[in-house]
Design a protein around this ligand. Structure first.
Ligand SMILES: [Zn+2]
Length: 198
């Protein structure tokens, strides 16, 4: 009986491992596409906000992107900003092992920058929860925000997370010749001949 239980536990453990493995193998392509949709939607909101401020000259509190125009609480909610930072961090971490060679290096650069970005959001979220802002500022403030205003700072953060992520994705779809020794387990790499042959 006990051997059955441990066999069941073992198979449960192997199933759990398989989910992560699948996400980095046969499901990598679909999972990354979904992840990219989320990233691009968030990016579009930040870009819209930048256009509203710099091109349209709207005052910052009124420049709330697209969704924020109808749901102003979304922009003001530190929990939502923090939630997105966490989703981003988890996605970059979960899908990392599907990347190999040069693409892995760039993907992890994106992850570590996002790690810092997420610390900044954790600080903002902490002030919102405690109800007291650092340096007695009127709004929650993060560390680098002492030198760069919030809108510009997060535009910068999103850019420096996005660029290495896209480079990593590019090398993942089009592996450089030097990475032939580290083939990926997924179907993301663009192989026109292999595809038509299927
Ligand atoms: Zn892949």
């Amino acid at each position: 009986m006990s051997s059955n239980t441990s066999a069941a536990a073992l198979s449960a453990a192997s199933k759990e491992r398989t989910l992560l493995e699948k996400l980095n193998a046969e499901w990598h392509e679909r999972a990354l596409r979904l992840f990219m949709v989320v990233v691009l939607a968030h990016w579009a909101e930040h870009l819209t906000q930048a256009v509203q401020i710099y091109a349209l000259g709207w005052p910052v509190p009124e420049a709330r992107g697209v969704l924020g125009l109808w749901f102003p609480w979304m922009v003001k909610s530190e929990a939502l900003h923090y939630g997105y930072a966490i989703v981003m961090l988890i996605g970059l971490w979960i899908f990392r092992t599907g990347f190999t060679g040069r693409s892995y290096t760039w993907w992890m650069i994106s992850f570590w920058i996002q790690f810092w970005h997420h610390i900044e959001h954790a600080l903002l979220q902490g002030q919102a929860i405690v109800g007291h802002n650092l340096f007695d500022r009127p709004a929650p403030v993060s560390i680098v925000q002492l030198w760069v205003p919030r809108v510009e700072l997060h535009l910068f953060y999103n850019t420096v997370v996005f660029i290495p992520m896209v480079i990593g994705m590019y090398y993942h779809l089009f592996p450089p010749a030097g990475d032939a020794a580290h083939p990926a387990a997924c179907n993301c790499a663009w192989k026109p001949k292999a595809r038509t042959g299927r």
